[in-house]
Design a protein around this ligand. Sequence first.
Ligand code: P6P
Length: 345
Amino acid sequence: MQPASRIREIGEFKTLEQFIIERQLEVSESTGSFSRLLRDISVAAKLVNWHMRRAGIVDVFGQTGEINVQGEVQQIMDALAHKEFVRALKRGGECCLIGSEEHSEAIPMRTSIDTGRYIVLLDPLDGSSNIEVNVSVGTIFSIYQMPDDVSEPTLESALQPGTRQVAAGYVVYGSSTMLVYTTGHGVNGFTLDPAIGEFLLTHPEIKTPRTGKMYSVNEGNYNSFEQGLKEHIKWMQHEDSDSGRPLGTRYIGSFVADFHRNLLKGGLYIYPATHKNPEGKLRLMYEANPLAMIVEEAGGAASTGAGRVLDVVPTKLHQRVPVYIGCVDMVRTAESFLRGELRYP
Ligand code: P6P
């Protein structure tokens, strides 16, 4: 008789706070400041999760015509998420500057008593157009330290290449709510247990496979793709059982959700330059860079097609880049097609 699979007691799971304290030596000057910053981010994530889980209720009210669900709910949710993160970071006092997709300018956070030296760049709610159809959405955050030679936080002090991030993470509000982050010492995933209001370490030391059987791209834009990408897509669709092709396609229209699935199962997410978005659609500072840090730490790769995402020297807070991100072998194959080194047919 097979023994029943052992159900772990809740107390066996390490909470995010316990994990952060245990690991705080990873980030230099472990004065506890970084630990408190991450706690502030997790508090905001729990509040956004609370709003998210009632969005459906608002949606029902919206169907009575009382609330314009489509635009307002999305706008409410984007603004709400932004507000929760700004409020939590302001109260925490560890953050000196915020760059948010929801705010055109960088937001200074210091008051006279604050000495925080962390800069947080974030997309408070990525993919929010999916909320009213109950598809997973996410928050993405990137953390830098103020340069040592800078006393007052300015936008310039935030515009650092992705290689200088001290930490990066995302929250995916899906069938469960997970927070995944790295400080450059492994990637760890925490699942929110709403019953106790804690993020629990459920996915320690996440590693992504070298290759995968899935790719994510909006093929509706196919005609505006550059030739190398067109050939790459047709190559992935070619029937060749020896090489495991054709690959499958999964494209949710929510970067965090597509990225998270590909991180765990293997895959390649592509948002290239298109006629409508000639620089690509995804933002470098608070979408591409943080997920690039995570995927590289997990053994994957992230490219603009022309080079490493993390090496891009930023010039603007909201600049966009093309993104090829996921399993290292799949990203390298994409780059080879884009350079014309690989051809199809
Ligand atoms: P498209 C959401 O707006 C987003 O930034 C990503 O989350 C998502 O992957 C992408 O845009 C979807 O864009 O042009 O395919 O609808």
